[in-house]
Design a protein around this ligand. Structure first.
Ligand code: SAM
Length: 238
């Protein structure tokens, strides 16, 4: 039987995430452990029996659509941020968001599964997903098959360099206030996000420039100094 040449997949869920825009999202899952997100199962998949047994796994594979960039063109060769934007690699040798089929794949630590009326949520810890991301599939991570301890990491070995992040006294006070109101460790989240240096390579030359990152309902204002990053202040987005 000839295989079909076009496929239609319906999202089984949608992501709710602390990342409200692309800038600041870590380049892979697990790097920002303080980030929290959830997948809300969409009808007709919002049934607890679809998840029976999943709670015994510590991690899941999440297949999703790069919905925020899917209308933009893909290129055969791309500049991975890990190479400082200086070298090009084949699109299929990278995890670039702009690809012929805009599908992403992340292995993510599983949190609690809970139900609120007819809605079912799967909590995710350390995700690299934008708020509103459509989810195509969820599968358990199976260590004996999925973990290959001696695998080669090509041009993307484990990142080992993080930059020190300091908070101004104003930013520190604002974080403390937010933390006591919302019961979220916003200061650790901000630190983990910024220490990865989320700036694209063309902005990394511009020291002293002020940047903004939206996390939850906050705009985090920060600046890159030669040796460290400084969180200046935080302000509500609305
Ligand atoms: N772990 C996934 C993979 O390997 O397929 C994603 C890797 S991709 C390099 C990570 C980046 O995808 C993030 O830094 C963020 O900017 C971007 N991203 C996350 N969710 C997205 C979405 N729904 N649409 C477009 N870009 C998204």
């Amino acid at each position: 039987m000839p295989a079909p040449t076009h496929f239609t997949f319906n999202p089984i869920g949608i992501v709710h995430s602390c990342y409200k825009e692309k800038f600041g999202i870590p380049r892979q899952p697990g790097l920002v452990t303080e980030s929290t997100a959830s997948i809300e199962l969409l009808p007709p998949f919002n049934r607890l029996d679809t998840l029976d047994g999943l709670e015994d796994f510590s991690h899941i594979w999440v297949q999703f659509v790069f919905h925020a960039t899917m209308k933009e063109n893909w290129k055969a060769k791309v500049r991975p941020p890990r190479l400082g934007g200086k070298e090009k690699m084949g699109v299929f040798a990278t995890r670039a968001t702009h690809r012929p089929n805009p599908i992403g794949l992340s292995v993510i630590k599983l949190g609690k599964i809970h139900q609120q009326k007819s809605k079912i949520f799967i909590e995710l810890l350390g995700a690299d997903l934008l708020d509103g991301t459509p989810v195509l599939d969820i599968k358990p991570y199976i260590p004996y098959a999925d973990s290959i301890p001696n695998a080669q990491g090509g041009f993307a070995p484990l990142p080992d360099n993080t930059t020190q992040v300091v908070f101004s006294s104003l930013a520190k006070t604002q974080c403390d206030q937010y933390q006591s109101l919302h019961k979220r460790d916003i200061q650790t989240l901000i630190k983990q996000v910024i220490e990865q240096d989320p700036r694209p390579s063309y902005l990394q030359q511009k020291e002293g420039k002020e940047h903004g990152i939206i996390l939850w309902d906050l705009n985090i204002r920060w600046r890159a100094h030669p040796e460290y990053f400084e969180v200046l202040h935080i302000e509500p987005t609305q």
